[in-house]
Design a protein around this ligand. Sequence first.
Ligand code: CA
Ligand code: CA
Ligand code: CA
Ligand code: CA
Length: 222
Amino acid sequence: MKQYKMSAGMLLALGMAITLPAHAIPIGGVEFPEGAVSFADTVVSYSLTASVPSAPHQGDFNALGIPNYAGVNSCPSQLGCTFVSLGSGGSIVLRFDDNKLTGSNSAALDLWVFEVGPNVEDTFVDISVDGMNWNAVGKVFGATAGIDIDAFGFGLIDQFGYVRLTDDPAEGGGGSGGTVGADIDAVGAISTVRTPIPEPTTIALLVLGLLTLSRQQRRLRR
Ligand SMILES: [Ca+2]
Ligand SMILES: [Ca+2]
Ligand SMILES: [Ca+2]
Ligand SMILES: [Ca+2]
């Protein structure tokens, strides 16, 4: 019969590796206490108006994950691009899957939008629990900018799964051209909770089970 050889020390290390909280890592110059998990995971919709960016700048998936813009403003293709242009008055709806945006019960910034490209362009921001009922939380004023959602009456107990960004057609120098409208590289929740997958208690029980199994096998070998 095959024997499982795992020491108590190894099991403890495994348990710690799974349950230790993530270190605060500055991403794109901003401290995200939960790291890469904090960023938007799925594009729900991308809507353009009459004033559209060129095709290489319409890759909506480029707004997902951690920021990766490196100064290239004119993209050869959507895959070779790091941001998505919204067009004048266009919008994008993003969803958090492994995390949720929360307030902080303080005036600290909770949501950060990485807006890039040659022009600094303003964006209206709305947040939603269910992707249907929206709450306006003001604007981000181009470049990389944050929002304190507590200023709009929210707090730690509020959990939002959706963010909608809408280009303000009245602002920004990019009224036309390939990257017309705000250019979104990434959207991150500074104040965030992880969506529990799996539950820490489940992991603790698993480690305890393995520990018991290893003890029993050692006893049998004697
Ligand atoms: Ca995420
Ligand atoms: Ca706040
Ligand atoms: Ca632009
Ligand atoms: Ca990006």
